[in-house]
Design a protein around this ligand. Structure first.
Ligand code: ZN
Length: 382
């Protein structure tokens, strides 16, 4: 399995290098079909012939992963794809039904190259298996099973709500409820720093170095697990209680480069760096992705609105002014004197913009969060 993982990483990195080179020279990216042809060629070249020893399915899936990473980058939902490193995202995927079998009753998984393997069934899966992803983390192997099934249409229950995403509060709802930030990284930062310092003192590749290295990795995995758990709980709670959820269309570039408008408390480069660390720590994009599919499961809907002016518009009189935002937490309208928590104001404005978008959905193409590239309809104001 380690060998298959290595092949996938090699293919992914080679394809990424190819695409990067083409982009640098001003050429268009290769399409998925063209990349697949390249892969066939790599498998025949003498210097990378060893790729042909492993089945082609997982390697094609690695190319699909790269395509998806590029699409997300183009939609400005993620940064430019990075090269895969050993020990990080070690995984491969089988999507050809002929190459794997699953026996849920006996907890056994058959992979074409590895034969029958036993696994621990953490939950029962329903529907038809589409693919299996095998991944390695902290010396353990995991299998993730994607299935497909028809679900009877449901009608969502609950009111509409707007969400403001922030640092001081992870998510503030327009009804006043909020989710405190998880800051999983912050909480483990100390332990991580300690382990990393200790690692740097060890002789590279010695036994003690290896031990310390796996300790660092375990902390990273724990951070990831805590964050995933938190995000899933928050997105489940919100999607189960609301029929319509409105959210700002935040982009990576908006957030890592400049802070939200009206937020003047953060200014120095060091403070900005801290803020960026917080933002990346929060997993906002993953949260939005989860909200979208969970709402769809429940028959609800996610409405994505432009983040323009949501933090500096007065919900009472509609005045847009930077002075309205007194501080990170306090909103006070200079015209009518309306006062409220700044995050609640943001969420209220997001909800209002969402209502406007829904109202004019029949007359103009609405900008829907579908994970696809934002269209120009986004810039139209309803
Ligand atoms: Zn006002």
């Amino acid at each position: 399995m380690r060998r298959i993982v290595g092949c996938c990483r090699f293919v992914f990195n080679l394809a990424l290098a190819t695409q990067k080179e083409r982009l640098d020279q001003g050429h268009a990216e290769l399409t998925g079909a063209e990349l697949s042809l390249r892969l066939a060629e790599w498998r025949q070249r003498p210097e990378s012939q060893w790729l042909a020893d492993a089945s082609i399915g997982p390697q094609l899936q690695a190319l699909r992963d790269l395509e998806r990473a590029f699409a997300r980058c183009r939609a400005r939902q993620a940064q430019f794809p990075r090269f895969r490193k050993r020990g990080r995202s070690d995984s491969f995927r089988h999507s050809n039904p002929g190459k794997f079998k699953l026996h849920q009753a006996t907890s056994r998984l058959f992979l074409s190259q590895d034969g029958w393997l036993r696994y621990r069934n953490s939950r029962k899966f329903l529907g038809q298996v589409r693919n299996v992803t095998v991944s390695a983390s902290c010396e353990k192997w995991f299998v993730s099973i994607l299935t497909q099934r028809h679900v009877a249409g449901r009608r969502a229950v609950g009111p509409a709500v707007g969400i403001d995403m922030g640092i001081a509060r992870f998510a503030t709802l327009s009804d006043g409820n909020f989710f405190a930030p998880l800051n999983s990284f912050r909480r483990h930062e100390k332990a991580l720093a300690l382990a990393q310092r200790s690692l740097s003192r060890k002789i590279k590749y010695s036994n003690n170095w290896r031990k310390e290295k796996s300790r660092v990795q375990r902390i990273y995995v724990r951070i990831g697990n805590a964050r995933r758990d938190y995000l899933h709980k928050a997105s489940t709670t919100i999607s189960q209680n609301h029929a319509v959820v409105c959210i700002e269309d935040l982009r990576v570039s908006d957030m890592s480069q400049s802070q939200a408008s009206g937020d003047r408390a953060v200014r120095s480069p060091a403070a900005k760096r801290e803020l960026n660390k917080s933002i990346l720590d929060q997993g906002w994009f993953e949260f939005r992705r989860q909200l979208e599919y969970k709402l769809r499961w429940n028959g609800g809907r996610l409405v994505v609105v432009s983040p323009r002016n949501t933090s500096i518009t007065c919900p009472s009189c509609g005045r847009v002014a930077k002075e309205n935002r007194r501080s990170q937490a306090q909103f006070a309208c200079a015209a009518c004197g309306f006062q409220e928590n700044a995050d609640v104001v943001g969420a209220t404005n997001v909800l209002r913009a969402g209502h406007a978008r829904l109202a004019c959905a029949e007359t103009s193409p609405a900008y829907e969060a579908s994970g696809q590239e934002p269209t120009d309809a986004y810039s139209q104001d309803c």
